[in-house]
Design a protein around this ligand. Structure first.
Ligand SMILES: C[S@@+](CC[C@H](N)C(=O)[O-])C[C@H]1O[C@@H](n2cnc3c(N)ncnc32)[C@H](O)[C@@H]1O
Length: 348
């Protein structure tokens, strides 16, 4: 990795993984390719990782404060209630606390301050594709938790995992909170978990936040809040295409639609074109046609059964060490240990 320290972060470092000076341009090219690929698909789609530019990050923080968006409160309760139990699993040795898709780290700060109180020897490595979110997180931690050493990486998960595979100096403890895993479909989640497994060492730990299957009314309210913040978050994807790729989307002629698919067990979000229209995207030099009521798929938020979680751990090379739930039983933080047998598995 060729790290690059950002100025203005007091004594903290924010290293930008590998892209150097051209990082933003490369990010824009990737965004353009993903939009092109997604708009050639049927139904049209945009990958959900592109929600998180500066405005998307700001809107997501507003979502986390919504009473309908129970996920944040549930996981905050889990970490506050069980921080000592989690600490007990870490043993006494030094460790890297690596967080994938850290966002503003609101919930993680509960653990960070507890680990500081317990005088644990660790450094915090938040990894996120959204640079403004990461800078904000490092800034807040620098102010509130000045004793915690931090190396932040602005990176996509898989680049971050490649970098992680070189972290062999001490035990790695990986956080993947906030139901980020739910943004993968079933096979993508397994590919992600197996890649995570490959990047880690035997005995490393992973704490993953899973949103559980529950009353469909509760799910529907969480993704269709009456204030319309989630709608703005979704529509920001089109505004981002306008800002960064020179699109001419008339954003008000699209609407947010989110619904639960009982078969896949996921909330599915769409942007629906209210009228027949076409949109030109300057950086792609292409015009795209939309029929009236044609959807663009933007997000999947998978909901799990406890049994599905333990099977997925087993299939991808992990052992479930502990399961921590909130008082309503709506969310589960599952703690896994990496299993790396020394011998090759026998032929079936
Ligand atoms: C739903 S937010 C959750 C944030 C935090 N984990 C929490 O629980 O509050 C998802 C975060 O993951 C980041 N993210 C999404 N896709 C990513 C990807 N492919 N690679 C790296 N970060 C990603 C976003 O920028 C955002 O900060």
């Amino acid at each position: 990795m060729s790290g690059k320290a950002d100025k203005g972060l007091s004594d903290r470092t924010c290293r930008v993984l590998d892209y150097g000076e051209r990082q933003e341009e490369k990010g824009r090219q990737q965004f353009a390719r993903d939009v092109l690929l997604g708009f050639f698909r049927s139904p049209k789609s945009i990958p959900s990782r592109h929600f998180y530019d500066e405005e998307g990050n700001r809107l997501f923080q507003k979502i986390m404060d919504l009473p309908e968006y129970y996920l944040t409160d549930c996981e905050l309760e889990i970490l506050e209630t069980h921080r000592e139990r989690i600490t007990g699993h870490l043993g006494g040795q030094a460790f890297n606390l690596v967080e994938l898709g850290a966002g503003d780290g609101k919930k993680t700060r509960v653990l960070l301050s507890h680990f500081c109180e317990r005088d644990l020897d660790f450094r915090y490595v938040p990894i996120d594709i959204c640079k403004p979110a990461l800078l904000q997180l490092i800034d807040i931690c620098g102010r509130d938790l000045p004793g915690v050493p931090i190396d932040g990486l602005v990176s996509e998960y898989f680049d971050g995992l490649a970098w992680l595979s070189g972290l062999n100096d001490r035990r790695n403890v990986v956080l993947f909170l906030g139901s980020n895993i739910g943004n993968f479909n079933a096979s993508e989640a397994r590919v992600f978990l197996r890649s995570l497994w490959s990047s880690l060492n035997d005995g490393d730990l992973v704490l993953i936040g899973f949103d559980l299957k529950k009353d469909i009314e509760l799910l529907m309210r969480a993704y269709n809040d009456p204030q319309g913040v989630t709608a703005q978050f979704n529509l920001n994807l089109l505004r981002r295409i306008n800002r960064e790729l020179g699109g001419d989307f008339q954003v008000e002629s699209f609407e947010h639609y989110s619904t639960y698919d009982v078969l896949s067990g996921a909330m599915e979000s769409y942007l629906v074109s209210r009228a027949r229209q076409s949109v030109f995207i300057e950086s792609l030099r292409m015009r795209f046609a939309f029929e009236a009521w044609e959807p663009i798929h933007t997000e999947v938020s998978h909901k799990y059964l406890a049994g599905e979680i333990s099977s997925m751990a087993d299939e991808t090379g992990f052992e479930v060490v502990d399961e921590l739930s909130d008082s309503r039983g709506w969310f589960l933080d599952s703690l896994w240990r990496v299993r790396k047998p020394l011998t090759r598995p026998a032929r079936a």
